[in-house]
Ligand binder design. Sequence first.
Ligand SMILES: [Zn+2]
Length: 269
Amino acid sequence: MPEGHTIHRAARLQRRRFAGAVLQVDSPQGRFDAGARMLDGRELLGVDALGKHLFHRWEGDVSVHIHLGLFGKFKVFTDVGRAPAPSDGVRMRWRGDVGVMYLSGPTACEIIDPDAEEALRARIGPDPLAVRNGDADRVVTTLARRRAPIAQLLLDQAVVAGIGNVYRAEFCFLAGIDPRRPANEVSSDDALALWEMSIRLMTIGERIGRIVTVDPAEVGAAKPGDLVRGDRLYVYKRAGQPCRRCATPVRSAMLASRRVWWCPTCQPG
Ligand SMILES: [Zn+2]
């Protein structure tokens, strides 16, 4: 599933290319026919994101809510004449002078009214890529009250929004915390460190379009974008391989039906 950095990056790139354009909108698949007819010929005013949710703002005060879920994908073609024909799975298509976009496989693609959007936003926790006043306190306070494993809560979108299975494993490693440790046994300093590293590392992920958590200096690179695939992460999907810092074999286990990875030496319980 795409993590929050992917959604925020898509929002930024769509905004840059399409905001201000009048677009032809349709639904080759047919499942967004009514919505597409309503949007067709309007100007796209803006695009924003919160956690794993993305919102398109259209002329006439119309908003569309997108959640990609497990399989959703945006594809943008900047050369209008060379965009391939849409597959049967394209839920929403945009066409304009500035480009063509296909959205396929989303969990949600719907016109959303202001009340429904407000209710949705109220269920979403602090987003490291859309920080508001008081967010750090909210995260620290919430974690201190909960007994569930810290790594389980890092995936709970109501606790903190946008973190997925890759980042949660990496953040626990960097904070030196066993992912199974109850959240209320994580110190407030460590909880704050988790929040601050999520801002720092997800901002890098949004900028370069992939997840990199390894400090470039540790592998002799100048910047995160230079790291090759096998060097970008400390523990995610590295079970049995030596920890990059202490050589202890990385462990993995299921935690609330999602797999998590950690170094038993660097991340004491
Ligand atoms: Zn280690």
